[in-house]
Design a protein around this ligand. Sequence first.
Ligand SMILES: *Cc1c(COP(=O)(O)O)cnc(C)c1O
Length: 360
Amino acid sequence: MGRVYNFSAGPAMLPEPVLERARGELLNWCGTGMSVMEMSHRGKSFMSIAEKAEADLRKLMRIGAGYRILFLQGGASSQFAMVPMNCLRGKSSADYFNTGAWSKKAIAEARRFCDVNIVATSEESGFTTVPDKETWQLDPEAAYVHYTPNETIGGVEFDEIPDTGCVPLVADMSSTILSRPIDVSRFGVIYAGAQKNIGPAGLTIVIIREDLIGETLAGTPAMFDYRLHAENGSMYNTPPTFSWYFAGLVFEWLLEQGGLESMAEINRRKAEKLYQAIDASSFYSNPVEVKYRSWMNVPFTLADAELDSRFLELAEQEGLHTLKGHRSVGGMRASIYNAMPEAGVDALIAFMQEFERVHG
Ligand SMILES: *Cc1c(COP(=O)(O)O)cnc(C)c1O
């Protein structure tokens, strides 16, 4: 079988030219006689790879000099603990938005370390919206405000960056980072697991404002201390070298595509045509309030859930894979990150229309 359109939420598709390039370099990186996977992370070759990846990410996201970029392990899930361990800085409470499954996990973990003030929740609506700004209960004394700009499971996305005044804003950007330009200077901490829109699993990127580094909770293990990682250039211990290298190739590819402005244009178009197709049909539906629909994760249901397995089976025959929705939501979910070509979305829409014609 050839390569398929893989709509997985993560690990997700990677850009084919990047996979090709990695294959070309796999056995012998730049005449070193070894694979990146076999190199010392402290050697000259890997150091150059690591530095270029960081420089390219800075360029792509326009990350200012006041921010450090950490290349860590442990996934976004480890950040649910690392954020309170490092960012409480003597305070005893933090603000959290509750807009979906990932918010809830972050909140549960934070509760081990501090009082959690829920700024706003959309749980009563089944996480199909972002609560109205007028209802937000921000605490000016909070150590920080945490939110999930894009809820990967519900397919709900904030339409703007919350204004938290002087309180540092922390964002779990796992499923939206690099999908469009953002103003990094509005954030205290941005973190993301790599396996959605950055590169292979195993790498977690943390972008942190320098003044938030260095005041950890007593008893914080070394590996959970941002300062230690910052001081050691993310090489306190062995970093995920291959994932770091591969992420660097993705950053280069994104720059070649015209950077995040270009990606935003393509991503907007991909999402718009898929939602349009869903809205134009009486067979498919998406429950999310239009203003808050995600560009990256598009959940949808069929009018008759009995047809779900048939839909998935026929889709797979057409090379459209991993469309099954998250078990908590049901139905389907199409994740359409940067690496999903527009042609993949077109193929999905054509398939959906044909399926509706025959079975609808
Ligand atoms: C996937 C995901 C996570 C979990 O990431 P891991 O790297 O598996 O820990 C957390 N938050 C969001 C928004 C996600 O999409």
